[in-house]
Design a protein around this ligand. Structure first.
Ligand code: SF4
Length: 233
């Protein structure tokens, strides 16, 4: 009769073979992901976005190491993750009625001399003319968006709980967008992230053209104010 001790060496060798196959599989996937990422950075085109997102999340630690080895910076990695998420969410976002959408902009986008007061639903923009938020807010609210100037990290969750939007647009630095996207996933929200073009604590900047282009996805052109007609894609 075969005892456990007779099978033990086979068992160990089987585990060894499975481990080697697993490591080889990860390395092959890693190099495919590396190729797809470099292609995406150079051409701006995402190939196999579902595979890329799943692979980059599952193999995040290894991929960061591989990217470093091949001169791809962490920032580029995060940027690709944001682009991937946006690409995968675009269709669902476009199909979401504007009445179920909200947009969250960070308070650092304001002018340093902003006169807005803080109230329960964020900063109360007075459209004073010192920054672009004062232009964007009335236009996007006219279309039907809930528009919030975010004063702190727990604010978004609170507003989502209160208004229950199905889709959100978030503006922020790369790290904020990555974390916000993860949070949106946990809350079952369709999210579109827009990365600021200048970071910092005050008077940051965003490409408002990009904000409008995303915000107008799926909106009937007849409902778009004439100031924003040029951004309909
Ligand atoms: S436009 Fe609004 S957000 Fe911008 S500085 Fe004026 S009050 Fe503040």
């Amino acid at each position: 009769m075969t005892s456990f001790f007779d099978l033990y060496p086979h068992f160990i060798s089987l585990i060894g073979e499975i481990t080697v196959l697993f490591v080889l599989g990860c390395l092959v996937c890693g190099f495919i992901l590396l190729f797809l990422t470099i292609h995406a950075i150079r051409s701006g085109n995402l190939l196999f976005p579902k595979f890329m997102r799943a692979g980059l999340i599952f193999l995040e630690g290894m991929m960061r190491g591989l990217f470093k080895l091949f001169g791809v910076e962490d920032q580029e990695f995060l940027r690709i993750m944001v682009t991937l998420q946006n690409t995968l969410n675009r269709k669902a976002f476009t199909a979401t009625p504007v009445s179920q959408r909200a947009i969250f902009v960070p308070q650092c986008l304001r002018s340093g001399a902003c006169p807005a007061n803080l109230h329960e639903e964020g900063l109360n923009c007075r459209s004073c003319g010192l920054c672009q938020i004062g232009v964007a807010r009335p236009l996007l609210e006219k279309i039907g968006y809930k528009f919030f100037i975010v004063p702190g990290s727990s604010f978004i969750k609170r507003m989502v709980k209160r208004y229950r939007p199905k889709a959100i647009i978030g503006i922020g630095c790369l790290i904020e967008i990555k974390e916000g996207t993860e949070m949106a996933g946990q809350l079952n929200l369709i999210s579109m992230g827009i990365v600021t073009s200048r970071d910092g604590c005050v008077e940051t900047a965003v490409n408002w053209d990009e904000v409008y282009e995303v915000a107008l996805l799926g909106i009937d052109p007849k409902d778009v104010p004439h100031e924003l007609q040029q951004y309909i894609s």
